[in-house]
Design a protein around this ligand. Structure first.
Ligand SMILES: NC(=O)c1ccc[n+]([C@@H]2O[C@H](COP(=O)([O-])OP(=O)(O)OC[C@H]3O[C@@H](n4cnc5c(N)ncnc54)[C@H](O)[C@@H]3O)[C@@H](O)[C@H]2O)c1
Length: 423
């Protein structure tokens, strides 16, 4: 299949999935304790039981009737740690092909290796007739993304991408209400994920730098746009029911000049068909504003965080029937505004109330994956959702690395450092 055809399929998939929300209540019920006959167990092999893999293994083992049947990692300490989680002498392998050939009774595979290895590990697992829970970003390159979609679609097995916020009850509630029109037409999304954490991991041996600190190097990492931004891109796709049509970007290594070549700050602007915009910023040198995604509509805003969400409503426009209380606040009709009207809004929003507000999206995501296998139904965050966020990451990085910026030096001869000082 040509990439053009994938894009068509991908866009159609996004719109279709957006329209049919699956119930999280039913998924939550599958977590209730029950006895499952060994013949009905779902047996999972794990490729890459590192930081993320271990966190997901712990959650998978909370789903009744799920067993980890094999572990594969090229770094032996991870296999020991993985066995501590299973509490068993789980068979271990240092080559994923051997695990796929030799491990008994596997039904599914969790792939949580660094992104450059996803395509090999995911396509081999699907080709072997196993369902796959694959971590984001789905593919490192455009070809990787296409290969994984093709393997998933031709295998007849289910693929779920690690976009767990698709399973967060407050995101689901927000998205349902946005699609019902509660904030009017969404025109703009502004998302940021700022941290104060340098991404560098301690090394047991200096020769392991590139292996352990894979996030810091371009040949193994798609950087902040992938590690953090892909979740926001996925949410923007979900809101707009589309994938972006263009991107421009910027980034640099500014804080942590320690030999890494992956940017420690990135900014990207994605344009969606119809004119919607998603602006993303990520830093790992300052955490003041943290994580938030603000979805701006003509009638209001939804602000979503990692734990909750709230709706805010715009004051009525000057040319509409303006309620008395808003008149008191002052409706602006000219270009010269009072500062009062433009100060950040710090009042309370209308919190999103959900019955599972304290639920763990990661747990619901894996429970939903196993429910898809048992009930033979397409995962909500499937390979199309994965392609739709991984491709904008790849193209966003292309924009960040390109020279699309207007170089000031091409237009003005010298910097004027003292402008405004009066000396
Ligand atoms: N969904 C999320 O919120 C989320 C959060 C964190 C990480 N992730 C994703 O999970 C993936 C892993 O990230 P991480 O932080 O766990 O990295 P990690 O380095 O902690 O774990 C990766 C593991 O893969 C192993 N590995 C490397 N090469 C291998 C090979 N050829 N065969 C088998 N095993 C191999 C490593 O030894 C390590 O144990 C990345 O794609 C990352 O983006 C997703």
């Amino acid at each position: 299949m040509k990439r053009r055809d994938f894009i068509k399929a991908a866009t159609a998939g996004a719109a279709g999935v957006g329209a049919s929300m699956i119930g999280l209540e039913a998924v939550a019920q599958t977590l209730e304790p029950r006895v499952v006959a060994p013949s009905d167990e779902i047996v999972v092999g794990v490729i890459g039981p590192g930081s993320r893999g271990q966190s997901l293994m712990r959650r998978m083992l909370r789903v009744p009737g799920v067993r980890i049947g094999a572990l594969c990692d090229v770094y032996a300490p991870r296999l020991t740690e993985g066995r501590e989680i299973t509490g068993e002498d789980t068979p271990v392998f240092d080559d994923y092909r051997r695990m796929l050939d030799e491990a008994a009774d596997l039904d599914a595979v969790l792939v949580a290796t660094p992104p450059g290895l996803h395509a090999a590990h995911m396509t081999a697992s699907l080709d072997r007739g196993l369902h796959v829970y694959g971590e984001k970003i789905m593919g490192f390159t455009l070809d990787d993304c296409d290969a994984i979609v093709a393997a998933a679609q031709w295998s007849g097995k289910w693929f779920q991408i690690g976009h767990q916020y698709r399973y967060a009850p407050w995101y689901r509630e927000a998205l349902e209400r946005i699609k019902e029109g509660e904030i009017g037409t969404v025109t703009h999304i502004f998302g940021y994920w700022h941290r104060n954490y340098n991404w560098r991991r301690p090394l047991p041996d200096p020769t392991l730098e590139r292996f352990i600190n894979w996030r810091l190097y371009r040949d193994t990492s798609a950087g902040l746009l992938a590690e953090l931004g892909s979740h926001h891109i996925d949410i923007a796709n979900w809101v707009f029911d589309e994938i972006p049509e263009s991107v421009m970007g910027s980034g640099s290594v500014m804080f942590y000049q320690d030999g890494r070549n992956v940017n420690d700050n990135v900014q990207a602007i994605f344009k969606y068909p119809g004119g919607g915009t998603f602006v993303f910023s990520s830093l790992i040198g300052n955490h003041l504003v943290g994580y938030q995604i603000n979805i701006y509509g003509t009638g209001g805003t939804v602000a979503l965080t990692l734990q909750d969400g709230a709706f805010y409503y715009e004051p009525a426009r000057a040319n509409s029937a303006v309620p008395e209380e808003l008149m008191e606040r002052g409706v602006n009709t000219s270009a010269s505004l009072s500062t009062e009207g433009d100060m950040p809004y710090r009042g309370p929003g209308l919190d999103i109330q959900t019955s599972e507000a304290d639920a763990d999206p990661n747990l619901l995501a894996v429970a939903s994956f196993f429910d898809s296998i048992r009930e033979n139904k397409r995962p909500y965050a499937d390979e199309i959702i994965g392609w739709n966020s991984a491709v904008p990451v790849a193209l966003g990085n292309m924009a960040i690395r390109s020279t699309s910026h207007v170089p000031f030096a091409d237009h003005v001869s010298a910097p004027r450092v003292n402008v405004g000082r009066g000396e």
